[in-house]
Design a protein around this ligand. Structure first.
Ligand code: ATP
Length: 126
């Protein structure tokens, strides 16, 4: 970790963005749930575009779920590093992080149903 206090130059920004993108690629490759969430988000955005409903709630919900899943994977890695043996606190940390993903996913499902449900229903019944 570097913290020399100098201004963030474009090349340093690109370098940091490259590390962040490597993290996203790693989680996509290794976590089936993340892949499902990515493609569910793509489907929801496609439906929102096709139905002509506002994209911002769907974008926000997708961003939230994917970010929480990335943090959950980061926390799992740190817990496995710090506590390879079974420990009650490791269990609390992993289960709480998994709970955050569950809560974010349920919220995103609610947003999807509220935003896409009525126009989809009209399309199917109209
Ligand atoms: N070091 C540990 N100490 C205590 N409990 C643990 C530890 N590692 C995992 N657990 C618990 O075991 C269960 C399964 O853990 P695991 O890490 O396999 O989670 P998971 O949800 O299957 O995650 P993933 O499949 O994304 O790796 C969870 O309840 C978790 O809290």
């Amino acid at each position: 970790m570097r913290s020399d206090g100098s201004a963030l130059s474009p090349s340093r920004w690109w370098r940091s963005a490259g590390f962040a993108w490597a993290g996203v690629r790693h989680v996509y490759r290794t976590q089936a749930n993340f892949r499902i969430e990515v493609w569910a988000g793509v489907l929801a955005l496609g439906l929102a575009l096709g139905l002509g409903v506002p994209l911002s709630p769907i974008l926000l919900a997708c961003g939230l779920v994917l970010s929480v899943e990335l943090l959950n994977t980061a926390l799992e890695a740190v817990v496995d590093l710090a506590s390879p043996e079974w420990h009650p606190l490791a269990k609390v940390a992993k289960d709480a992080a998994a709970g955050a993903v569950l809560v974010a996913s349920l919220g995103a499902l609610g947003v999807g149903l509220a935003v896409l449900g009525p126009p989809l229903l009209r399309l199917l019944t109209g």
